[in-house]
Design a protein around this ligand. Structure first.
Ligand code: UDP
Length: 261
C-alpha cells in the first residue's frame, strides 16, 4: 500500500490518502491539546501508546460484531482505516459525573449515574464543540433519526463491553467520546465506529485509588502522562512482552548490583 498526500490534520491525528480510494492512513501525533486548543504541548510517545490502545479496543469491538473503521495497524504510529464520512457530532458517554457536566449542572464530582448518559456535542472547534440536543441534530440535518437511533444502540453495547474490559484490569470507565462515520458496504449505507478510543478520549480511574490514568493528567497538571498511558496498555495486556523484558532487565540489573557489592 502506498501512502499518498495529507488529506486532513487534526489536533492529535493526521489522515493520509492511499492508492486505494476507500482506505486512508491514520497517523497518531504526540501533540496534546486541552480547553479548545488553549493548552498545548508535545508529549513524546503519546501517539505510539494511543495507536496501540485504540487498535486493541477497536479490534476487540470487531470481535463482538461492532463494525468499525480499523483495518490493521501498520507500524508504531499508523493504522490503515476505512474512509468514512464523519458524522459531525461527538457522542459523549458518561457512567460517572465528572468534568464539564459537574460544572454545567452542579452535579457532585464522582456521582455514579443510574444509567449511562449520552450527550451530543457539535464537532466545531471555532464554536468550542457546543453541547446540542437531538432536536438540534434533526433540525439542522446533522444526522437522521434512524442514524441517531442506530448510534445510540451501538453506544450502549460499546459502553457495556468497555466497562467490563476495563473493570477486569482494575480500571473504572468514567466517561468517553465516540465518533461515527457513514460508509457504503456492498451498496448499502451503514454507520460504523470511527476515530480512536484511547486515554485521550476516555476518563479512566484506577478502581481502588481513583488515580487518573487518562488525559486529565495533562489537562489538570496531575503529573506525567506517559507512565499512566503505559499502565493502561500494560494492564490491557498490550505491552506484555515489553513489560516482561523490562522486568527481566530490572531483575538482571539488581543481581548485577548485588554482585558488585
Ligand atoms: N472528550 C474528548 N474530546 C473532546 C471532548 C471530550 O475526547 O473534544 C472526552 C473526554 O476525554 C472525556 C469525555 O469526552 O472522557 C467527556 O468530556 P467532558 O465533556 O467532561 O469534557 P471536559 O471536562 O474535558 O471539558
Amino acid at each position: 500500500m502506498k501512502k499518498g498526500k495529507k488529506l486532513y490534520e487534526g489536533k492529535a491525528k493526521i489522515i493520509y490518502a492511499t492508492n486505494d480510494k476507500n482506505l486512508v492512513i491514520q497517523y497518531f501525533k504526540d501533540d496534546a491539546t486541552a480547553f479548545n486548543n488553549q493548552k498545548k504541548t508535545t508529549i513524546e510517545g503519546k501517539g505510539v501508546l494511543n495507536n496501540r490502545i485504540s487498535e486493541h479496543i477497536l479490534s476487540n469491538l470487531s470481535q463482538i460484531g461492532i463494525k468499525n473503521h480499523l483495518i490493521k495497524r501498520l507500524n508504531m504510529r499508523e493504522q490503515v482505516i476505512k474512509l468514512v464520512e464523519i458524522i459531525p457530532i461527538e457522542f459523549i458517554v458518561r457512567n460517572v459525573a465528572t468534568g464539564s457536566i459537574t460544572q454545567r449542572l452542579g452535579i457532585e464530582d464522582g456521582t455514579i449515574l443510574k444509567e449511562p448518559l449520552i450527550e451530543y456535542c457539535l464537532k466545531n472547534d471555532k464554536l468550542g464543540d457546543p453541547l446540542i440536543s437531538e432536536e438540534h441534530i434533526l433540525t439542522f440535518d446533522w444526522a437522521t433519526k434512524k442514524e441517531i437511533d442506530k448510534v445510540k444502540k451501538l453506544i450502549l453495547r460499546i459502553n457495556d463491553f468497555m466497562i467490563g474490559m476495563f473493570r477486569g484490569v482494575g480500571i473504572k470507565l468514567i466517561d468517553f467520546k465516540l465518533e461515527f462515520g457513514r460508509i457504503k458496504i456492498d451498496g448499502k449505507n451503514e454507520i460504523i465506529l470511527a476515530d480512536e478510543i484511547s486515554p485521550d478520549t476516555c476518563r479512566l480511574w484506577d478502581s481502588i485509588t481513583d488515580k487518573k490514568l487518562d488525559k486529565d493528567r495533562f489537562r489538570k497538571d496531575l503529573g506525567d502522562l506517559i507512565p499512566a498511558y503505559t499502565e493502561v496498555a500494560k494492564r490491557l495486556g498490550i505491552l506484555h512482552e515489553q513489560s516482561n523484558v523490562s522486568a527481566v532487565n530490572v531483575t538482571k540489573l539488581s543481581s548485577i548490583k548485588r554482585r558488585k557489592k
